[in-house]
Design a protein around this ligand. Structure first.
Ligand SMILES: Cc1ncc(C[n+]2csc(CCOP(=O)(O)OP(=O)(O)O)c2C)c(N)n1
Ligand SMILES: [Mg+2]
Length: 573
């Protein structure tokens, strides 16, 4: 449980960031639960704090101040009906498009719905009148949480201000004791140098030149820039071309559509698992486009670079994909257009820097190919690699969550004319995959191939009905390891008493019967030539086809380890 000083350290950082972003006014009202919020705001020298007895007055006062200045104003109150008294001002601010940052104090979860005093349901209290609601929770003041809190303050400020301005609502669970110690002590994570906000959001909108200038400010002194490209629809093909011109290594998830061209680095997942490689390739600028890729080593590497490495993200939709709270600049602009504009003016990076990625990536590709080439038998990584290598550029490869999407990320080679790769990665569910792939097939101009695991196939088996009822054709390649193979990689695999029945969930289904039931063609294949033949037949016909590749979960883990060892050996060589 966080001690009281932790809450105050976190709130001090929160107020510090509001001021760094440009906030100058705040309104308070009296109460006990909200006293940590009041303390933090009042002790922040750059904020003028206006005290009000009635929360309704505080809220409307804030509306007036923000209306005139155009700057977000904070307003805080204690828990219970106090928060409800802010509702009229929040509604007015929403309707009139006035930026407010509403900070309500609340009881922590153990004191909710148990008869504790002055406690009501404050979650989404203002309904659709709040542009954004966030339940803050209680936290220890670790450096990571301090960064997160700083980033959260910036996000609330920029969200209130951006696009259609309006009120944002943050609900703070605060535990007793609520009084701050006389001396709070040093900050576990001070703010950025020069008084800059932790995260600065710039919204040049459609103005690629303005976005390019913002990028140039960050990129000016960069000698070792990298670009990270993740899922984006439509794809980030233009980013690949710009990186090639700039000589900037491009760590591109196939879902970005940018794993192409001379700058694309395909095997970053395997490369960054190698501690020496990761340390030696420390960049001095990271440019992020699209969603964050799935790769855990890549995410960890980005999180651990520290604040000396500027990280900029193109985020036109306000998605704030930043679990490590490491972004320093968030650009509401199109990545492809901005980088293309910047590529025309920015000097090319030292070719040694791209070579320091290119050569190991090629070595990793060769090491993986040599492991997978032993024997003709199919494996899960080999199927992923074969599909992305062989499908034509007009094809769409829809990829299910779990190991299929990870294997596509890990083992797809760089290819200039690869298929479009799609996946439901908004919530990473294994549900509805067949239906979404049929949806893509309904509007695609070329063939659609779905790569899916057996559990995901069983989950959406009813989706197969679209083949018959809607007359649609899909080629389904199912990797059948009779259960959730992904869980074999996790510590839970050691809990043998529950693992098989409750986690791996083998089902023993024979999918040929599903093919019969739903009127699909069916093929069982176990080698590369069999897969090629079945794919060619399926693509030539107009029926939905299920192509099953049997796999073994244990052997799959062993193969992934062998592949990683081969890459590590290639790097050491
Ligand atoms: C709707 C939903 N339920 C549960 C999960 C948790 N989950 C993640 S992966 C997975 C197993 C998927 O198994 P399978 O499709 O056979 O792929 P494999 O792990 O074998 O590659 C489950 C149940 C999820 N992501 N989505
Ligand atoms: Mg499976």
């Amino acid at each position: 449980m966080p001690a009281a000083p932790d809450t105050h350290l976190l709130l001090r950082a929160f107020a510090d960031e509001l001021a760094r972003c440009g906030m100058r006014e705040a309104c308070t009202s009296p109460g006990s639960r909200s006293s940590p919020l009041v303390l933090a705001l009042v002790r922040e020298q750059r904020l003028r704090c206006f005290s009000h007895i009635d929360e309704r007055c505080a809220g409307f006062f804030a509306v007036g101040a923000a209306k005139l200045s155009g700057r977000p104003v904070a307003v805080t109150c204690t828990s219970g009906t106090a928060a409800a008294n802010l509702a009229p001002a929040v509604i007015e601010a929403f309707q009139a498009r006035i930026p407010l940052v509403v900070l309500t104090a609340d009881r922590p979860s153990e004191l909710r719905e148990v008869g504790a005093g002055q406690t009501i349901d404050q979650l989404e209290l203002y309904g659709s009148a709040a542009k954004w609601f966030f339940e803050v929770g209680t936290h220890d003041a670790t450096p990571a949480r301090m960064r997160w809190m700083r980033s959260l303050a910036c996000r609330s400020f920029w969200t209130a201000l951006e696009g259609r301005p309006g009120p944002v609502h943050l609900n703070f669970a605060l535990r007793e004791p609520l009084l701050a110690p006389a001396e709070l002590g040093p900050d576990p994570q001070p703010g950025r140098r020069g008084g800059r906000p932790w995260a600065l959001r710039l919204a040049p909108g459609e103005d690629a030149a303005a976005a390019g200038r913002a990028l140039a400010v960050v990129a000016r002194d960069a000698h070792r820039p990298v670009v990270v490209a993740g899922r984006a629809e439509p794809g980030l093909v233009a980013v690949a071309a710009a990186c090639e011109r700039l000589g900037w290594p491009l760590l591109a998830d196939p879902l970005s559509g940018a794993r192409r061209g001379g700058a694309a680095i395909a095997h970053y997942d395997a490369l960054l698992r190698d501690g020496d490689f990761a340390a030696q390739r420390r960049p001095d600028l990271v440019v992020r486009c699209g969603d964050l890729p799935t790769s855990k080593p890549l995410r960890a590497w980005l999180d651990e670079l520290g604040e000396d490495v500027a990280q900029l993200s193109f985020d036109p939709h306000g998605a704030w994909q930043d679990p490590g709270a490491s972004l320093e600049v968030v650009l509401a602009a199109d990545a492809g257009r901005t980088l293309s504009a910047a590529a025309a003016e920015t000097p090319v990076a030292d070719p040694e820097w791209l070579a320091a990625w290119r050569a190991p990536d090629d070595a990793a590709a060769a090491a993986i190919a040599s492991v997978l080439a032993t024997g003709d038998r199919l494996s899960e990584p080999l199927v992923a690699r074969a599909l992305t290598a062989e499908l034509a550029s007009e094809a769409t490869l829809f990829v299910a969550s779990s190991m299929p999407i990870r294997d596509i990320e890990s083992f797809t080679a760089v290819r200039g004319d690869g298929p479009r790769v799609l996946s439901n990665r908004g919530a990473n569910g294994i549900d509805g995959t067949i239906s979404s792939a049929f949806g893509a097939a309904a509007v695609a101009s070329g063939p659609v191939v779905l790569l899916i695991g057996d559990v995901a196939l069983a989950h959406d088996i009813g989706g197969l009905l679209a083949a018959r009822r809607l007359g649609l054709a899909l080629v389904i390649v199912v990797l059948d390891n009779d259960g959730g193979g992904i869980f074999e990689f996790l510590p839970i695999a050691g809990a043998r008493d529950i693992f098989e029945e409750h986690v791996a969930t083998p089902h023993g289904l024979d999918f040929s019967h599903a093919a019969t039931l739903y009127g699909c063609a069916y093929a069982d294949v176990d080698d590369v030539s069999g897969l090629r033949g079945a794919l060619a037949d399926a693509l030539a016909g107009d029926a939905t086809t299920i192509i099953r590749v049997a796999s073994d979960r244990g052997a799959n883990v062993a193969l992934h380890r062998e592949l990683q060892a081969a890459v590590a050996a290639a790097l050491g060589a």
